[in-house]
Design a protein around this ligand. Structure first.
Ligand SMILES: NC(=O)c1ccc[n+]([C@@H]2O[C@H](COP(=O)([O-])OP(=O)(O)OC[C@H]3O[C@@H](n4cnc5c(N)ncnc54)[C@H](OP(=O)(O)O)[C@@H]3O)[C@@H](O)[C@H]2O)c1
Length: 309
């Protein structure tokens, strides 16, 4: 990891830890950073570097090297009383694919983007993946490349097609919640002490995603990362449930493969989803950080590319 992450990441981790402490943070509160944790800074004389005002705001100078990382990560750090957050990510090729047709996806994006993905996991209470990703990748979904806690792993396996031999069900590296459609019986050969079970209602043959988010929040999981694959992220997007989306584009062409975002198309371009983006360079990749709740016109945000690493 480069200096920028080494300098900014401890501060970002401290903000995440303050959020997880579960205390309500008053608007207007000022905080300093002692190198490990945030400390209240009652006045500006105490040299605060963060202010809470319906979200975290940086008081660092724009010239401070940490600022670009704070710009990228602070919007993801939902403290009480701010509402919980659903973040989605995908790494895709220039032509919009997230894996080859055979399901090979290691790795679509470069090493810097993979570190960034591990940072996103470390800032999230849980990470959701579809059964297709667990079948194809056998992912661990841990934060092994960065300093930070592993999120709870949530696997959408509505028909229970995945065998217990998949790592998330047996490695014990983090809690795993298996989500199946209500009414699908759990056969004894799929029972495991390592796996928590959750049944969710279906709507039109699909999992009721608002009901799923309600279940996760009732378990204290407030920052939710939808990590893939394309079918799963698209289902959340089509249901209007994504607050923030990180799409990383790697400059190569897959040709034909597993698609990223696919949602019902609007007839007119002006009716398409067009969130205002911030744009960052992650190694040789480009990250589009899209605020899906903003009512600003996409053109109103200067698409300045800032290099993180
Ligand atoms: N580049 C990246 O960022 C990235 C990230 C993750 C994965 N990948 C790659 O993407 C591929 C897998 O992606 P994918 O799009 O094919 O599949 P996926 O999204 O991983 O999984 C889709 C499956 O998950 C279940 N599911 C998801 N949402 C559901 C809902 N709302 N209701 C009911 N079931 C739901 C369904 O399981 P059933 O089929 O059992 O009904 C569905 O077919 C793999 O090749 C993987 O390597 C790439």
């Amino acid at each position: 990891m480069t200096n920028l992450y080494e300098q900014a990441w401890p501060l970002i981790r401290a903000v995440a830890a303050a959020n997880r402490a579960g205390d309500q943070i008053e608007n207007g509160a000022l905080f300093a950073f002692d190198g490990e944790k945030l400390t209240p800074a009652a006045t500006r004389a105490a040299r605060p570097i963060l202010r809470y005002d319906q979200g975290w705001r940086s008081l660092l100078d724009a010239s401070d090297e940490r600022q670009v990382c704070l710009d990228m990560y602070l919007p993801l750090l939902a403290a009480r009383p701010a509402p919980p957050l659903v973040l989605a990510q995908l790494g895709q090729s220039l032509d919009g694919f997230i894996a080859t047709a055979s399901g090979h996806s290691h790795f679509v994006t470069g090493p810097t983007s993979i570190v960034h993905l591990h940072c996103l996991r470390a800032l999230s209470d849980c990470v959701i993946v579809g059964a297709g990703t667990v079948a194809a990748d056998n992912p661990r979904l841990t934060t092994r490349l960065v300093d930070g806690p592993n999120p709870v792993r949530v696997v959408l396996d509505p028909k229970l097609r995945l065998p217990l031999t998949r790592g998330v069900f047996r490695d014990g590296e983090a809690p795993t919640l298996r989500v199946r459609a209500r009414g699908v019986p759990l056969p004894s050969e799929l029972e495991s002490a390592n796996v928590q079970e959750l049944e969710v209602a279906t709507l039109g043959g699909q999992l009721d995603l608002p009901a799923l988010l309600g279940e996760l929040r009732s378990r204290g999981l407030r920052t939710i990362l939808v990590e893939g694959g394309g079918v799963t992220v698209s289902a959340f997007l089509a249901a209007g449930l994504i607050d923030r989306m990180h799409i990383v584009v790697a400059p190569f062409v897959i040709g034909e493969g597993r698609p990223g975002l696919r949602i019902p198309s609007a007839a007119q371009l002006q009716d398409c989803v067009r969130p205002p983006p911030r744009v960052y360079a992650l190694g040789g990749d480009i990250l589009f950080d899209c605020d899906m709740r903003s009512h600003s016109a996409a053109e109103s945000v200067a698409p300045i590319i800032r290099r993180v690493l």
